[in-house]
Write a protein that binds this ligand. Structure first.
Ligand code: CP
Length: 299
């Protein structure tokens, strides 16, 4: 694995290897590298992804280069390519990138620094997907024949794409649930109603309504969203005994989910965030291990 851009390009073995490595990180097995340096290049807002990469780097002893779009030469018109070439030229070992353009990484084929895609437009969010997979695997110990329903703003969701590709590859039954205006019929997954979703799913993965990617005409779709398409208290009561709720967050409380359910017994929303640190440690370790001297240290 030289870069992590898409869940499409990860094999089943590579996915399990990352999940196992992340479990070891969770148990306190830290892997120390020769001194390494990474840049977090976030061209869109982030709380969880950026902070958990920072925490993961801290735990691995990786130094971070400071970058913010507002105070960088992006303001003078510098391109993403030249920004990443700068990271490479000054000796950076890794670039973690979030960018509003779908597949922005296609313009970065000639850079010689590994890239982790921290979200590309409406494309993919592979590190979120891997932490979701870790959370599901901890719960069920398998993906085979699990019924996973991904529900909400499918059309604008990079989380939906990465998870649908990966979960099907791992043997889960993946279905979508979405208002008709937010469906993506290019993706080969069937749609069911939210009332059927709560009864059928082992994993109910709710998606954030992506207001920042909507046309003005789509704003009205949020009206009555919770009662028509979201997880209400009544719907939660119809879920299977051992089924779980995921949401990548940030959560629009009272829109995708009743606020009282965000921390309910079957919610794993904050567990997902906790797992985000371990999975990002595993990813950075995997990418930086090449040529790096590794020592496994059990705390
Ligand atoms: N889930 C997620 O990507 O959250 P942030 O946008 O806060 O990073």
């Amino acid at each position: 694995m030289e870069s992590l851009l898409s869940m499409k390009s990860l094999s089943v073995d590579e996915i399990y290897s990352l999940l196992n490595q992340a479990e070891n990180c969770r148990k306190g097995e830290h892997i120390l590298h020769q001194p390494k340096t990474a840049a977090l290049l976030f061209f869109e807002p982030s709380t969880r992804t950026k902070m958990s990469f920072e925490m993961a780097a801290h735990r691995l002893g990786i130094s971070l280069l400071h970058f913010s779009v507002d105070s960088s030469s992006v303001q003078k018109g510098e391109s993403l390519y030249d920004t990443v070439k700068t990271v490479e030229s000054i000796g950076g070992d890794l670039a973690v990138i979030r960018h509003p353009d779908d597949a922005y990484y296609k313009n970065l084929k000639d850079v010689n620094v590994p890239i982790v895609n921290a979200g590309d437009g409406k494309g993919e969010h592979p590190t979120q997907c891997l932490l979701d997979l870790l959370t599901i695997y901890q719960e069920f110990g398998t993906f085979q024949n699990l019924n996973v329903v991904i529900a909400g703003d499918i059309l604008h969701s990079r989380v939906a794409r990465s998870n649908a590709y990966a979960l099907r590859k791992l043997g889960a039954n993946v279905k979508f649930s979405a208002p008709s205006g937010w469906r993506d019929h290019k993706l080969p997954y069937g749609y069911i109603s939210m009332d059927d979703a709560v009864e059928q799913s082992d994993v109910l993965m709710l998606l954030r309504v992506q207001r920042e990617r909507h046309e003005e005409s789509q704003n009205s779709m949020e009206q009555d969203y919770l009662t028509r398409y979201g997880l209400t208290m009544q719907r939660e009561k119809k879920m299977k005994k051992n089924s779980i709720i995921l949401h990548p967050a940030p959560v629009n409380r009272g829109v995708e989910i009743d606020s009282r359910l965000v921390e309910c017994e079957r919610s794993r929303i904050f567990k997902q965030m906790e797992n985000g640190v371990a999975i990002r440690m595993a990813i950075m370790n995997k990418l930086l291990a090449k040529g790096g001297k590794l020592n496994v240290v059990a705390n």
